[in-house]
Design a protein around this ligand. Structure first.
Ligand code: SF4
Length: 237
């Protein structure tokens, strides 16, 4: 029997990235070894064995949640934690296959630290992180190039922006990618971050939006709608 380490499975509306506003079922994996400094889901870091769920129970829960409203949901977003950590990937692959057989459209949130081709090929859409300096983690240029070249037709690159240095790093990375693979239609989304304790970082949103406009608008600036709506610390929303 396949078991998966799961933090939560819940129904909510996508709050960030280009699918913002789309209701879906979220499957949040438990376990991440990446260690972003500004992570807002630190409770998902530990690979807790007592969070193990049978694959069949995960699928049943997704089915149940998807049927709760008057209109069945067909979208599932798989996030974490780090669902692409080697401890998760075998089960993740089985999960995607099962959900696809049931007709679900699968978005995968990838931390930008690895590409797992079987999983990326099976998913319908991939949100791939470019880790900016404020995260304390680095996304390799080679990985970014490979993602955009091989999976750019069904994905977005997302970057959290805390300050001008983060914006500059995203701008430089975008230029380096374009130099290597030529002009491309990749959608890069900048997410102005909420710092700990911050309720509404309006000034940061304005600054990032202005920077983007001043630098030729290479990005889409999309905030975290759920944090504006429910507060920065609310979970499962
Ligand atoms: S990859 Fe995601 S869950 Fe892991 S530390 Fe970074 S933000 Fe947190």
């Amino acid at each position: 029997m396949t078991k998966l380490l799961i933090n939560t499975i819940y129904r909510a509306t996508e709050g960030e990235g280009i699918h913002v506003g789309a209701p879906q079922v979220f499957i949040r994996f438990q376990g991440c070894a990446i260690g972003c400094l500004n992570c807002d889901s630190k409770e998902t870091w530990e690979f807790k064995q007592d969070s193990a769920m049978e694959l069949t129970d995960v699928v049943a829960k997704v089915m149940e949640l998807s049927q709760e409203g008057r209109w069945p949901l067909r979208r599932v977003s798989i996030t974490g934690g780090d669902p692409l950590h080697p401890q998760h990937t075998a089960g993740l692959m089985e999960l995607i296959i099962e959900l696809k057989l049931l007709g679900f459209w699968i978005n995968l949130e990838a931390a930008g630290s690895r590409i797992v081709d079987d999983v990326f090929k099976a998913a319908d859409y991939i949100s791939f992180d470019f880790k900016t300096p404020s995260t304390g983690v680095r996304t390799s240029l080679d990985l970014l190039v490979r993602f955009i070249r091989d999976y750019g037709h069904k994905g977005q690159v997302k970057a959290v922006i805390a300050d001008n240095a983060d914006f500059g790093a995203a701008f430089e990375a975008r230029g380096q990618v374009d130099e290597k693979i030529g002009p491309n239609n990749m959608t890069w989304v900048l997410t102005p971050c909420f710092n700990p304790g911050e309720k509404a970082p309006i000034k940061r949103f304005q600054e990032v939006t202005k920077l983007n406009e001043d630098w030729g608008a290479p990005f889409r600036v999309i905030g975290q709608q759920h944090k504006w709506m429910y507060g920065p610390d609310a979970k499962n929303v």
